[in-house]
Design a protein around this ligand. Structure first.
Ligand code: NAD
Length: 255
């Protein structure tokens, strides 16, 4: 039996990287998935993923985009069961290097986005129920000097996850809200970060990032997808306000 059979989901940032891994796992488990991302043209993505995948342009920092996407999906499918707030950026910078503009960009893309998504989801799911999965980061639990805005934005996502779960519980709404903290996952974002960190030798930066965990390799987008399937499915019916670390041991690593 497929674990998400007949479920209707939105995955932000689903065009590539971790989001794409989540979309592929959701489709394999029987869900219909709206892939919400910045590209204007989603035809190639829909063609590659089959008839249960639909693409929509959505800028996660814009409240009006959220409203339009939820309205369109609910008109088409009758309800929305799952939201995965995955879209994000890794823009780095220490307290001395980061500008105010960097801070605002990271906070908008990583934290305001999740606030707006949770608002739209709670409104849409309050009668029919559902599951929200927020993609935070191991860096939201364990920061670094060069990560001031990024870590703060992901810590905000972790706190927001608990607040949304508590709100739904207190009102008796059948909505669960959980977070995943990925470690270093092999995606275009991670590779771009490695190229910036070590322009002449990105492999060295990737090796250093791999050594931040204890498993000895990078994680894959499908491994985050597997965790998201669990949290979105009935198997996690008693799980809310939780954080699932899928980080190869990054958080507990004794540097
Ligand atoms: N890759 C990692 O090692 C890693 C580790 C921990 C957490 N994360 C988190 O996982 C999530 C996905 O990361 P990734 O590595 O797959 O990144 P990625 O850059 O490879 O993919 C991100 C996707 O989000 C989309 N996106 C960006 N801004 C958007 C916006 N304003 N509106 C809509 N879509 C937008 C991009 O177009 C892209 O398709 C992010 O929240 C990131 O912070 C990644």
């Amino acid at each position: 039996m497929s674990r998400l059979a007949g479920q209707v989901a939105i995955v932000t940032g689903g065009a590539r990287g971790i989001g794409r891994g989540i979309v592929e796992r959701f489709l394999a488990e029987g869900a219909t998935v709206m892939i919400a991302d910045l590209d204007e043209d989603g035809a190639p993505i829909e063609a590659a993923l089959g008839r249960h995948a639909l693409y929509r342009r959505l800028d996660v920092t814009r409240a009006d985009d959220w409203t339009a996407a939820f309205d369109a999906l609910s008109d088409r499918c009758g309800r929305i069961d799952i939201l995965v707030n995955n879209a994000g950026t890794s823009h780095g910078g220490s307290i001395e290097a980061a500008s105010e503009a960097d801070w605002r960009f990271v906070m908008d893309t990583n934290a305001l986005s999740v606030f707006l998504g949770c608002q739209a989801a709670v409104k849409a799911m309050r009668a029919t129920g559902g599951a929200i999965v927020n993609i935070a980061s191991a860096r939201g639990q364990r920061t670094g000097a060069a990560q001031c805005a990024y870590s703060a934005s992901k810590a905000a996502v972790l706190s927001l996850t608990e607040s949304v779960a508590l709100h739904c519980g207190e009102l008796g709404l059948p909505i669960r809200c959980n977070a995943i903290c990925p470690g270093v996952i092999d995606t275009p974002l991670m590779r771009g970060h490695a190229a910036k960190q070590s322009p002449g030798d990105p492999a060295a930066a990737i090796a250093a990032m791999t050594a931040m965990g204890i498993v000895g390799r990078l994680g894959t987008p499908h491994e985050i997808g597997d965790a998201a399937v669990f949290l979105a499915s009935a198997e996690a019916a008693f799980v809310t306000g939780a954080v699932l670390n899928v980080d190869g041991g990054f958080r507990i690593r004794d540097f």
